[in-house]
Unconditional design. Structure first.
Length: 297
């Protein structure tokens, strides 16, 4: 006796497409552009091995062939979920806009003996067909009631206040709210602080303008990178339990170091990165490439 495949939502939490600008923040507060990205991924509900149970095609509406086929390879651990992420770099925002106009819509088609189905389409520019990436801006770090004067001398024994500008025109969504992410990773690529997800009891709301990293989260004499992102959900479809989201966002990375003597294992050279970190531009001219922190050995 054969059983029909279940809906993709049995194994997949969400499908996600994104226009994503990345920056490095200097200690003087300047933002240095590092990439202009188109990103498409799906997030698994369970174990990474579930990705071997199906194939997934990512389509631009009206195209004769998919933009990309996803198989069980290239999974990364991000935001406490297993993710299959692919991406393409562009030299400028104008080049990204030309390749993926805000009027374009996209959908996903899943096939296999265990799950099968198709999402509703979403526009990468939303119903307004306009790119609306939040305004990138620098983070501000404080300890002991004053701005940190030297980001290479953070006090690991004191709480660390990270502040940012209000997320302009942020709002609750029909399925997923506009979202703010804050991470900190160490030189071994371990995530030592994560601000949470909207599905959790404690998380950073879209109207928040700061977080406090508890004292003792960081270790003395160690390098760290703070990652901060604002994600605008410009379009989303939740029909038949299949969540498909279109996102416009930016992400900023700020390197810092704690004062004192490192009494832990020495940092490797070069230091390792958490999987969500930006590593390099992609090297392809067509289609999408595996997220570089996963693709590179």
């Amino acid at each position: 006796m054969t059983t029909s495949p279940r809906a993709p939502s049995a194994l997949i939490e969400v499908f996600w497409i994104e226009k994503y600008l990345t920056f490095s923040q200097s200690h003087q507060g300047d933002l240095i552009p590092t990439d202009h990205l188109f990103l498409a991924e799906y997030v698994l509900r369970g174990d990474a091995s579930d990705a071997t149970l199906f194939e997934c095609d990512f389509w631009r509406t009206g195209s004769a062939a998919p933009v990309q086929r996803y198989t069980g390879a290239d999974k990364l651990w991000c935001n406490r979920y297993w993710v299959n992420r692919k991406v393409r770099s562009f030299d400028t925002l104008a080049a990204l806009e030309k390749a993926h106009p805000p009027s374009d819509s996209y959908y996903w088609e899943v096939s296999g003996p265990h799950i099968a189905g198709r999402t509703g389409p979403v526009r990468i520019g939303g119903p307004e067909q306009t790119t609306r990436i939040p305004k990138p801006h620098a983070m501000r770090l404080s300890q002991n009631g004053r701005r940190v004067p030297d980001l290479n001398a953070i006090d690991a024994a004191a709480p660390l206040l990270i502040e940012w500008d209000r997320f302009e025109q942020a709002r609750a969504g029909a399925v997923i709210d506009d979202t703010i992410f804050v991470f900190i990773d160490d030189c071994l690529g371990n995530v030592v602080y994560f601000g949470g997800l909207p599905i959790e009891a404690e998380y950073i709301r879209f109207d928040s303008t700061s977080v406090i990293v508890p004292a003792g989260t960081l270790r003395p004499g160690q390098p760290y990178t703070v990652f901060f992102s604002q994600c605008r959900m410009v379009d989303q479809d939740g029909s038949d339990g299949l969540i498909n989201c279109a996102v416009n966002s930016f992400g900023i990375e700020l390197d810092l170091r704690t004062q004192g003597v490192n009494r832990d294992a020495p940092c490797p050279e070069p230091r390792l990165m958490a999987p969500y970190r930006w590593k390099r531009k992609t090297r392809i001219s067509q289609g999408l490439e595996t997220w570089p922190t996963i693709a590179d050995p």
